[in-house]
Design a binder for this molecule. Sequence first.
Ligand SMILES: Cc1cc2nc3c(=O)[nH]c(=O)nc-3n(C[C@H](O)[C@H](O)[C@H](O)COP(=O)(O)OP(=O)(O)OC[C@H]3O[C@@H](n4cnc5c(N)ncnc54)[C@H](O)[C@@H]3O)c2cc1C
Ligand code: SF4
Ligand code: SF4
Ligand code: SF4
Length: 401
Amino acid sequence: MNLNKYWNEVGENKTVGLKQLCCGCDTCSQVCPKAAISVEKDSMGFYYPIIDEDKCVHCGICVRRCQCLSNKFFIKTKRQPEAYAVVNRDLKSLKDSSSGGAAFVLAMYILEQQGVVFGAVYNETMDIVHQKIESREELWRIQGSKYAQSRIHNSYQQVEEYLKNGKKVLFTGTPCQIGGLYFFLGKDYPELYTMDIICYGAASPGIFKDYIEWKENKTKGKIKHINFRNKLDGWGNSITEITYYNKKILLRYSEQDEWYQTFISHVATREACHYCKYTNLQRLSDITVGDFWGIEKFRPEMECGRGISKVLVNTDKGKRLFESISNGIKKEKMEFESIVRPNLVQPPPRSECREKFLEDYCRLGFYPAFKNNVEKKIPFIRQMKRYLKIIIRSKVASEKW
Ligand SMILES: Cc1cc2nc3c(=O)[nH]c(=O)nc-3n(C[C@H](O)[C@H](O)[C@H](O)COP(=O)(O)OP(=O)(O)OC[C@H]3O[C@@H](n4cnc5c(N)ncnc54)[C@H](O)[C@@H]3O)c2cc1C
Ligand code: SF4
Ligand code: SF4
Ligand code: SF4
């Protein structure tokens, strides 16, 4: 049996099919011994596996290694995670991280141990892809939340190669990307560390690319990088910072940015995310990181306006790793109740506008679909105030940092 046969049978006999289940982890294409599986974009910009029946020998490996078809979990421990609030002591790297910079400090430690780190970066064409990072100079590339699904490509194969050569590896990503890695490897390795983010859904990478193209046309420049969580006006008032190849920089409050609005409204979220089996407290990675919104209610003295990470230490291995970075961070053990928010324990909500947005996108393209279904009108006065505030903040922010 191969995936095509499986999906056809499941689709006919039950009500679920490929789109409800497949999280797009790319495991199947990397385990197929005949290279019969390619991963291709559908009309809504999501990637799904396609099998070349002429090459397939029906060995069934792709079905057995698919995390979404399996009832198995790679849960390494059943105990409740330990919870911490964490802030990176190094202001320069804290500034470029989305929350408290825990991910950066963990990655730095692995690099110092001559290890290699995998995470999501923008490549030169602004596609979001998983890539290996081997030096401190490159580490900034995985910093910051990229708000669309990153492509794994052959990262799992690279991870296996490094592990077989005895190298330490830190693999970071969404919970299903970590799940995909464990299903690909088939076991845990002593030198493998995994860190997932608290994930509330992966947006369509194809629609994100169309947003980039639309923005480039509108602003007449080639985009090199986007930070949706610039902290010029503090952590809670995210600014979207777009950097162009010609060195121009565009700053706008994220609530005004067309992609940020699209991402948070869940109209472009992958179908399988709404059925996600990983949004719960039985984490499968060694460490989980997220934003510690609401910290002021529990530890007002920790709130510094520069970002705070929520860190869950899930396994013994995660605990050893977390203890190794203690010098570089300010940390506070937290009561369990303080960390539980909907995005940790339930799949992302389905937007009522999702189908209409996607239909409009297929017919008309990104911007009309955004205007018809997502755009939040911000009053002119508020826009002007926001504009002036950004100018003032850019002049004085360096004092704060
Ligand atoms: C799409 C997305 C949705 C998120 N939703 C929530 C949420 O609802 N609640 C919450 O508490 N936290 C959420 N987070 C996590 C949070 O925004 C921070 O990424 C996290 O707190 C780590 O921040 P940091 O300051 O430690 O490090 P940062 O430097 O900001 O973190 C970067 C890390 O995130 C990974 N990463 C970035 N973009 C992606 C991507 N597209 N796919 C996979 N991995 C990626 C990188 O590989 C790197 O390891 C989300 C992150 C992403 C990418
Ligand atoms: S969930 Fe992953 S392994 Fe399963 S079909 Fe989708 S891409 Fe392939
Ligand atoms: S050859 Fe095996 S792994 Fe590859 S597509 Fe066919 S059944 Fe799946
Ligand atoms: S919500 Fe679940 S399925 Fe979707 S990207 Fe996150 S972990 Fe994967």
